[in-house]
Ligand binder design. Structure first.
Ligand code: NAP
Length: 308
């Protein structure tokens, strides 16, 4: 099988930290070009825009779109129209509805549209799902709190409409939750804290449930300094199950079941290669729908202004 020739669109923090190293470490995919207004890689063709890359660049089979969510739909549409397989960073879009025409276009073109949820590829997520399958779940609590200045330095887009604010990391927790609990979940209430000078929340509390009134709560906060929290605690009839470090560690009671290094993005690329071999799409909008519902139902508090 020849390697998938791929271009990264939007060469910012996640492309640099995760995509480029994962591509280098994965058989079956090779990095052929980059499109970004400023950033580039030595010895690799660089274009400031996707349009120029598609017109003048080296031949490619696929793109990984790592731009801010507000500009992604148009880029994905263009790439599919040009016959490329498309991998979308999370969240898959700035709105839920904008994905429908992309899904249809990918089907028409016989190309893959892969809406990635990198946290679902964390090493403890599938073991957690399996462990929970034979237990009764009494309650779930998510604690997802990180320092925005560390993880999103100077990223103005995250505070703009469609940038999601604290839901940018929070949606990762929701992507894990909806993977480890197979039943449909929905939001019943939310409180969103907006800095006085910003268009997106800096913190949020969510209440969710399922058809059987399972109590699920979530706290997201961008103002966490010191140790960071990316934890989901599930109270079951066989004691607590704790998924921590964003899905790298799994503890049942006192027993450590999983403690493994991060290989999420290599998993994403293996899956993308598999999907592209048959032009199949994989687009699950469940986590994005939960976030949209939190915005629909959320009470809004105005809190202190935030300066980067
Ligand atoms: P980022 O550092 O701001 O990178 C985005 C890049 O896209 C920037 O280099 C930006 O260039 C470029 N860009 C903007 N508009 C463009 C356009 N029209 N064409 C080509 N490039 C364009 O953001 P990020 O942290 O990498 O996040 C990107 C996405 O990845 C987000 O959806 C985020 O949720 C997801 N993600 C991020 C992380 C993380 O830890 N940061 C983790 C997982 C997933 P300019 O800066 O010059 O505008």
């Amino acid at each position: 099988m020849t390697a998938l020739r791929l271009a990264i669109i939007g060469f910012g923090k996640i492309a640099r930290d995760q995509h480029a190293p994962a591509i280098a470490a994965t058989d079956g995919v090779t990095l052929a070009a980059v499109a970004d207004p400023h950033a580039s890689l030595p010895d690799l063709p660089h274009f400031t825009r996707l349009e120029a890359l598609l017109r003048d660049g080296p031949p490619i089979d696929a793109v990984a779109i790592c731009t801010p969510p507000q500009v992604r739909r148009a880029q994905a549409a263009l790439a599919i129209e040009a016959g490329k397989h498309v991998m979308l960073e999370k969240p898959p879009g700035a709105s839920v509805g904008e994905l429908d025409p992309l899904i249809a276009a990918a089907v028409r073109a016989g190309r893959t549209l892969f809406a990635t949820w990198h946290s679902r590829f964390a090493p403890a997520v599938d073991p957690a799902r399996q462990w929970l399958a034979s237990r009764r779940i009494n309650a779930v609590h998510i604690n997802w709190k990180e320092d925005v200045r560390v993880w999103h330095p100077g990223q103005g887009w995250i505070w703009e409409p469609g940038g999601l604010g604290v839901f940018d990391p929070g949606i990762n927790a929701l992507s894990i939750l909806t993977r480890i609990l197979p039943q449909p979940l929905f939001v019943t209430a939310a409180e969103l804290s907006f800095p006085a000078n910003r268009e997106a929340p800096i913190a949020a509390r969510l209440w969710l449930t399922d058809a059987h009134d399972l109590p699920i709560t979530a706290e997201f906060d961008f103002r966490q300094t010191g140790p960071q929290s990316w934890d989901i605690v599930i109270d079951t009839d066989r004691g607590p199950l704790t998924l921590s470090s964003g899905g790298k560690r799994l503890v049942a009671g006192d027993e450590v079941l999983v403690e493994a290094a991060d290989a999420e993005y290599r998993g994403l690329y293996r899956r993308f290669i598999e999907l592209a071999a048959t032009g199949t799409s994989d687009v699950d909008l469940t986590p994005l729908r939960l976030v949209a519902d939190a915005f629909l139902l959320g009470r809004r508090n105005i809190v202190d202004s935030f300066e980067d």
